[in-house]
Design a protein around this ligand. Structure first.
Ligand SMILES: *C/C=C(C)/C=C/C=C(C)/C=C/C1=C(C)CCCC1(C)C
Length: 271
C-alpha cells in the first residue's frame, strides 16, 4: 500500500467505482430487457445478468477492502494494517468465468446433450484455470508466480482451442443473421481473456511497487468490463436477433396455414 502515490491510490479506487457502476447498470439492463427475448433464450440472458450482478457485488467488496487498507487523511497513502483482500477477485472469477462460457453455449442453442457436454467441459476447465492461478497471485515469490502461470495456461489454451476449433461446426449451423456476431463474441472472449495472463505477469517483468499494483488492478478492471458487460451486450443482441428471426418464421408458418385454410374454403364454396 505504501508503495502507492496518492494519485495511483485514487486512480485504482475510481476504477473500482466505475467497475461497480458498469456492472450494476448492465445487470439492470439485462434483467429488465429479458421480456424482449424469446423464452428459449431467456436463461442465457438471466445468466448474463447474474454474471454482472456477482461482479458488481465483488467490485463493491473490493472497493471497501481497498478503502480500509489505507489511510489518506494526511495526504499520503499510509497502510492501516488491514490487508487488501485479493481473494474477492478470484472468488468472483471462479463463479463468473464458467458462467460466461455457459452464456455463449446457451445462446447458440445446441442440442441438449451437446449443451450439457460443452458446458461441463468448458466450465470445468475455466474453474480449474482460476484455481491454479490463485496460489501464484498471492505469492511474493516470482518463481512460484511463474509456475502457477504455466499451470493455469494449460486449461486456458484448451479453452481457446475449444472455442476456435470445437465450436466451428456449431457456428456454421447458426442462423446466418447471427453467425458473424457469434464469431465476434468468441474473438471478444479470447481477446479480453488474454489480458489476464498478461496482466498477471506484470510484476515479473520489472514493473514493481506502486506502478505494478496500479497496472494490475486497472488492467483487471478494464478486462472485466469488456469480458462481462460488453460481451453480455453481444449475447443480448444475438438472443434478440434469433428471437426475431424465429418469431418471423413462426408468423410465416401461420400465414401459410391461413392461406391453406382460405384456399380450402374457396374450394368448398365452389363445390
Ligand atoms: C470476468 C472475469 C474473467 C473473464 C476472468 C478471466 C480470467 C482469466 C482468463 C485468467 C487467467 C489466468 C491465466 C491464464 C494464467 C495466470 C492466472 C490467471 C488466473 C490470471
Amino acid at each position: 500500500m505504501e508503495a502507492l502515490s496518492l494519485g495511483q491510490y485514487s486512480f485504482v479506487q475510481n476504477g473500482y467505482s466505475f467497475g461497480f457502476a458498469v456492472m450494476a447498470a448492465a445487470t439492470l439492463f439485462f434483467w429488465l430487457m429479458k421480456s424482449e427475448i424469446a423464452p428459449s433464450y431467456r436463461l442465457a440472458i438471466t445468466i448474463t445478468g447474474l454474471v454482472t450482478a456477482v461482479a458488481a457485488y465483488h467490485y463493491l467488496q473490493i472497493m471497501l477492502s481497498w478503502n480500509a487498507a489505507a489511510d489518506v487523511t494526511t495526504g499520503e497513502v499510509l497502510a492501516t494494517g488491514k490487508p487488501f483482500n485479493q481473494a474477492y477477485r478470484y472468488v468472483d472469477w471462479l463463479l463468473t468465468v464458467p458462467l460466461l462460457l455457459i452464456e455463449l453455449i446457451l445462446v447458440m442453442r445446441l442440442s441438449k446433450a451437446e449443451t450439457i457436454k460443452k458446458s461441463t467441459v468448458l466450465g470445468g476447465a475455466a474453474a480449474l484455470m482460476i484455481v491454479l492461478g490463485y496460489p501464484g497471485e498471492v505469492s511474493d515469490i516470482g518463481g512460484l508466480r511463474f509456475v502457477f502461470w504455466v499451470l493455469s495456461m494449460i486449461p486456458f489454451v484448451f479453452i481457446v482451442y475449444q472455442l476456435v476449433v470445437g465450436l466451428k461446426e456449431s457456428i456454421s449451423k447458426q442462423p446466418e443473421s447471427v453467425q458473424n456476431l457469434v464469431q465476434i463474441s468468441i474473438y471478444l472472449v479470447i481477446g479480453s481473456w488474454l489480458f489476464y495472463p498478461i496482466v498477471y505477469l506484470f510484476p515479473l517483468v520489472g514493473l514493481d511497487g506502486g506502478a505494478a499494483i496500479t497496472a494490475v488492478e486497472i488492467g483487471y478492471t478494464v478486462a472485466d468490463i469488456v469480458a462481462k458487460a460488453v460481451f453480455g451486450v453481444f449475447i443480448f443482441v444475438i438472443a434478440m436477433r434469433k428471437s426475431q428471426a424465429e418469431s418471423e418464421e413462426a408468423n410465416g408458418a401461420t400465414a401459410t396455414l391461413a392461406d391453406d385454410d382460405a384456399e380450402g374454403e374457396e374450394t368448398s364454396k365452389l363445390s
